[in-house]
Write a protein that binds this ligand. Sequence first.
Ligand code: MN
Ligand code: MN
Length: 454
Amino acid sequence: MERKSGWEIWNENKIKDSFEYCEKYKEFLSKNKTVRKFVNSCVEIAENIGFKNINEFKKLKKGDKFYKVNKGKEVIFGVLGNKKLIEGCRFIVAHVDCPRIDLKTTPLYEDENIALFKTYYYGGIKKYQWLTIPLALHGVVFMKDGSFKEIEIGEKEDDPVFTITDLLPHLAKEQIKRTIEDGFPGENLNVFVGTIPDKSKDKEKIKSNILKILKEFYGIEEEDFISSELELVPAGKSKDSGIDKSLILSYGHDDRVCSYTSFTAFIDSLNSENNNFCILVDQEEIGSRGSTSAGSSFFEYFIEEVLEKSDYSVSDIKKTFQNSKAISGDVNTLLDPNFKEAYDPRNSAKIGCGVVLTKITGGRGKGGSTEPTGEYVAYMRKIFDKNNVLWQPGEIGKLELGGGGTVATYFARYNIDTIDCGTGVLSMHAPFELVSKADVYSTYEAYKAFYREE
Ligand code: MN
Ligand code: MN
């Protein structure tokens, strides 16, 4: 079953469309490097085309466009079509959180005339990849009086950036013998913050000077860090990659590529007959356990509210879910020529060959997988082929090497037909991940087909 790449089978117009779409994707990624920013920007776009907070609706009817934000970090957009809600809805869910380096609760300290931040890495990272690269500080500090200060340092041309140091090769004789796992302890991921002392102080002069600057420019005291959400992410913009510019190198493709493609497919399918929903969740990279994650009841309560405002009863949710269809939009692996030994080449997705439809996630004996029915897989094949979507089947990698899960389980458990389908990514969870523009565009087209198909 040889699959051809989009570059091989698409005509010039389609290739141009895919490049143009990806310009907007890159811009959106570069602008929205935190969960809150991503959610806010999506809401802003939606409001500009007539979406309103669901609280503003007493009743919902066909054509109504509504959304609800959960604590600034999760959002569900909905639009009602001609179909009855109990005949089912279409859900695409993607996560907007990405691996990153968070500041610890009490981060600032001084050592060897250097002020540093203690950090806590968020998500499954290979720690060594995050050393010696330019990092930007993003986030919000919440004050006791209810006010908050937004911080972004490291993205503007003349902004300073941050970095975590690594040991020089000349002295790394012992370090290089260690495993990657214990060669880079998490407690060593301390970020340099400054080196100029406050001469008026007797001790911790450097730390004092940093606190003085933070107070002066941001109005922040040391204790305010406790209620902050500050994170370090790779500095700089998303970039084209390759001499032919067919790829995008960027922070955050996992899973903002599926978030962006599902959101744009959703707003480009507003006249569909279906009841469509786009769900952007937080906290996937740390196990979906929090109130803004796919594991939260927010989704269920939201659908209950939609049912009630559409003159159904809350108990109709069972029928609604049973007749619904969902895509868990998350990235998948691609066969990497540099690490072929990790993949089964016959069952791995290939770069540029389209959106990846994944029947089996999990690891080892399908452990943790939410395997959809064969009927549902056939349904997806049908709508993709009917709409000329470039797609390919794919699995995570060799059976016993590891594996991974997605938020599919939180939708499948409601008895909603749920399948994993998303963009293939290389160097997943690295500071800079790589995707093909053909795959980004075909993900958008796949999601559009799903929202529009009757
Ligand atoms: Mn991930
Ligand atoms: Mn993911």
